[in-house]
Design a protein around this ligand. Structure first.
Ligand code: 4AD
Ligand code: MG
Length: 460
């Protein structure tokens, strides 16, 4: 059985030939003695038109087939120069692999994204989600290619952890169901209280483990799930999301920004080349300016501005904001979006934030007030990347952690990295779903996660 992707991408090989394809019915129109099916097999965005005639023994059965039925069709692929589609399949035989029912929710009309969220197991069959999830897959592949081509080592960091990498306390605790009184098979460890002998949580970031590997391999990246129990029920926050975290030894904040910009352009370019049908569809039905925007980004430079300069600009238009900006407070999404949408109209790196609104591990700047942090903000979303140069001085880091009352025992390994051959180093975290939103034009994170987990929602 040939995939539609093969047929559409190498049509010269298939035209005027016998082929056998499979797929699901998207529409079915029948006249007295012939009819048209459009079928999609999920391998290619564009569906295939199938023509069938009453010479087929099961013509009656096919004419009654509903949307969503699974079929296998063999016949001849014929060019149709006058028609809307370039070619069609003239069926010789159609066998029904799986019937459908009249209450199939995805009849041939447009459904709202809100409604489709209630059927996460069926929505991948729709055009919008075909486009989104193929692009999601391509972005993942492009990210690996980008880092692998540059010699970065892919590190799998643990999902269960005893440290809070961001120090924000927004973690899901890991506990076991009651372990009864079954004795431990080997050895005599009593794990009836805490399986690991201490409190553990799901990771909020692989960075601290990533740093350990960067101090051995120089350039590494992680790419895996992260979990945050943030009290943010917004279009951009999920409780379970994926993050890409490169970490580089012998690198400073400029290197971090350079690689972040290069990476974003690389993945956008990859999708422009490899998902043209999907982008065309999204550009038409989801976000009218999408294609033009993506094409522009790969060719232009990202802007750079310090936090302090940003605050000065934003304070001038403070009457526009719900939260007033002042030096020392974190930028809210409304401020981030104003900077990138109204002032720069392109992605922006904001650097050197006040130390008190950023994580403990960031390198203190000469001024003693700010840290070598960088956020990358993009139009339509706001923060897509957060990164920094790390504090590599053992004394300064120890002092900062003590100031924050952190439990030093849990982070001994992290301090060791500053004790033995410490290097200037840094990295960033790209929110994978935010990147997918940016590149597909989707405006809700729930629509770029296959099975989203957000406050109050853990279906399927
Ligand atoms: O800015 P964050 O918190 O940075 C870190 O976790 C660092 N350890 C990264 C590093 O330097 N290695 O998170 C990084 C990115 C954010 O910019 C955002 O895109 C995404 O992760 N993110 C979320 N995405 C979806 N839902 C959430 N709840 C998110 N929280 C952060
Ligand atoms: Mg951040």
């Amino acid at each position: 059985i040939t995939g539609l992707r093969d047929i559409f991408l190498s049509k010269e090989e298939y035209l005027n030939q016998e082929v056998c394809v499979s797929g699901w019915v998207r529409s079915n129109r029948d006249s007295k003695n012939f009819g048209f099916l459009t079928i999609s097999d999920g391998t290619f965005f564009t569906p295939l038109q199938v023509v069938y005639h009453d010479e087929m023994a099961n013509f009656g059965e096919i004419a009654k087939l509903g949307v969503g039925a699974a079929v296998i069709v063999s016949g001849k692929l014929i060019p149709t120069p006058e028609a809307k589609q370039e070619f069609e399949l003239q069926a010789v035989e159609i066998s029904v692999e799986g019937e459908t029912q009249p209450d199939y929710p995805l009849q041939k009309k447009r459904h709202s994204l809100e409604y489709l969220r209630t059927i996460p197991h069926l929505r991948p069959r729709t055009n919008t989600f075909q486009a989104v999830f193929r692009i999601r897959s391509q972005i993942a592949y492009a990210i690996h290619s980008f880092f692998q081509e540059r010699g970065f080592v892919y590190v799998h960091t643990p999902l269960i952890t005893a440290s809070d990498a961001e120090g924000a306390g927004e973690m899901f605790e890991v506990t076991t169901l009651p372990l009864n009184d079954v004795p431990m098979k080997d050895g005599c460890v009593d794990y009836s209280e805490d399986f690991f002998g201490k409190k553990t949580s799901l990771t909020v970031s692989g960075q601290l483990n990533g740093e350990a590997f960067a101090q051995a391999f120089r350039d590494i990246y992680t790419f895996g799930p992260t979990f945050r129990a943030e009290k943010s029920n917004t279009q951009r926050h999920a409780a379970e999301f994926w993050m890409i975290e490169p970490e580089m030894a012998f690198a400073d904040l400029d290197d971090v920004m350079f690689i972040a910009e290069d990476m974003l352009k690389y993945i956008i370019q990859y999708v422009l080349v490899n998902a043209p049908e999907e982008l065309e569809f999204l550009n038409q039905f989801v976000d009218k300016g999408l294609l033009e925007r993506l094409q522009h980004i790969v060719k232009s430079d990202f802007a750079r501005v310090s936090y302090t300069e940003s605050v000065e600009m934003l304070e001038k238009v403070n009457d526009r904001f719900e939260y007033k900006v002042k030096w020392g407070s974190d930028l809210q999404t409304e401020h981030e979006r104003y900077l990138t949408e109204e002032i720069y109209k392109c992605p922006v790196f904001v650097t050197d934030y006040p130390k008190d609104i950023k994580s403990f591990y960031m390198k203190l700047n000469e001024d003693g007030k700010t840290v070598a942090a960088v956020d990358c903000l993009v139009p339509g979303i706001g923060e897509i990347i957060g990164g920094s140069q790390r504090e590599d001085d053992l004394d300064k880091l120890t002092k900062r952690m003590q100031e924050l009352n952190m439990n030093m025992e849990d982070y001994q390994f992290y301090l060791d990295l500053r004790k033995y051959g410490s290097t200037r180093h840094g990295g960033f975290g790209l929110g994978f779903e935010r990147a997918v939103m940016y590149i597909t034009g989707m405006s809700n994170i729930r629509d770029v996660l296959p099975f989203p987990r957000t406050v109050g929602n853990c279906e399927l």
